[in-house]
Design a protein around this ligand. Structure first.
Ligand SMILES: C[S@@+](CC[C@H](N)C(=O)[O-])C[C@H]1O[C@@H](n2cnc3c(N)ncnc32)[C@H](O)[C@@H]1O
Length: 333
């Protein structure tokens, strides 16, 4: 069964920072907290700052946090939650594909990057805000932009794409087995709201699949969101920048990168990028000496991908599809 982001977040509006529960937060803290600085922890997807707050709480006073988010609403929450950490917190309204550009001045000011976190995908807060159009649980225009100030909305994509394009998007990003039927139905009626789209999908899939545990439109929503936000392209452009950042300037000790992904294509990018960075000499084994000169840049900290414990996935549906991979540079930690 391909990985699928769960679209039913725990709804708990009374919890202080909103209802987003950070995934695998103890393991992330164990991997990425830094107890002697000066150094920077980069949270490339700061969101409601659940991970960021835990990391700052577990790190020493001379450790700063550089947080990115494309969503201005998320940054408002993050700023509020991280107020106790004062000027140790630097928040940027930018995508993680611009990591190197925004990290440079903070590195010059504070010191080297010791940890980088990616917690990919959509947050429960975004799903809960009906008007953002990420979820079919509230009727709203199909927007789905992580950054609502720029770019094409899902409604615009659905209004203009042809059957071939939509089929490709649904198959690739949603791993949707009924992609062709759903795409044809979408082009026939060009739905413009979340509820209209959910109804079009439900009407397009075979009747026997309509009563499965997850709504038949879940994969379609995931696929459109990934396409609208160019999520895989941006992530693919960002991770190599993170590898560069942790090497430059070379910290005296090992620096770490951890990625929490929720989709098999995100996990594939992570796995391949980390494996390539962890590979040393690639000369044929019968050569008497290395001619390629290639050195490993990192070592893998996770054997395969780590998954959340059963208790966490029971308490937090969003954790169900989570996969964690981490690497560290080759100094001492
Ligand atoms: C799963 S949430 C992160 C939650 C966070 N770890 C927490 O503890 O609250 C993912 C966040 O990444 C943001 N995001 C999505 N694409 C992004 C990108 N290309 N660059 C930066 N942030 C992005 C989303 O707006 C969302 O707030």
């Amino acid at each position: 069964m391909p990985a699928l982001e769960v679209l039913e977040p725990p709804v708990n509006p009374s919890s202080g920072s909103g209802s987003h529960q950070p995934v695998m937060v103890s393991r992330i803290t164990q991997l990425l907290a830094v107890t002697s600085g000066p150094a920077i922890i980069v949270d490339t997807t700061v969101g409601a700052a659940g991970h960021a707050a835990a990391l700052l709480a577990a790190s020493s006073q001379d450790v700063h946090l550089l947080g990115f988010d494309r969503d201005p609403d998320a940054l408002v929450l993050a700023r509020r939650r991280l107020t106790p950490y004062g000027d140790r917190v630097h928040l940027v309204h930018a995508g993680y594909d611009e990591l190197a550009h925004y990290a440079e001045p903070v590195i010059a000011d504070v010191g080297p990057v010791a940890s980088v976190l990616y917690d990919l995908g959509v947050s429960s807060l975004q799903l809960d805000r009906g008007e953002r159009g990420f979820s079919f649980r509230a009727d709203a225009p199909l927007d789905m932009r992580m950054d609502p100030t720029t770019g094409q909305t899902a409604a615009e994509l659905v209004a203009t794409a042809d059957v071939a394009d939509l089929t490709r998007i649904l198959r690739l990003y949603g791993e949707e087995r009924f992609a062709g039927r759903i795409a044809a139905a979408m082009v026939r009626s060009r739905p413009q709201t979340t509820v209209e789209l959910a109804a079009v999908v439900a009407g397009a899939v075979p009747a026997r699949t309509r009563h499965a545990a997850t709504h038949p439109a879940t994969r379609t929503f995931q696929a459109l969101r990934i396409a609208v936000n160019a999520e895989l392209d941006r992530f693919g452009a960002s991770l190599p920048q993170a590898l560069e950042l942790v090497e430059h300037p070379v910290p005296a000790r090992a620096a770490r990168i951890a990625v929490l992904s929720y989709h098999s294509l995100e996990d594939r990018i992570t796995k391949r990028t980390f494996a390539a960075a962890a590979t040393g000499c690639v000369c044929p084994p019968d050569l008497p000496m290395c001619l390629c000169g290639r050195e490993p840049r990192v070592r893998l900290l996770t054997r395969g991908a780590e998954r959340p414990a059963a208790a966490e996935t029971a308490a937090n549906p969003r954790a169900r599809s989570a996969k964690l991979r981490a690497v560290e540079t080759l100094g001492e930690r």
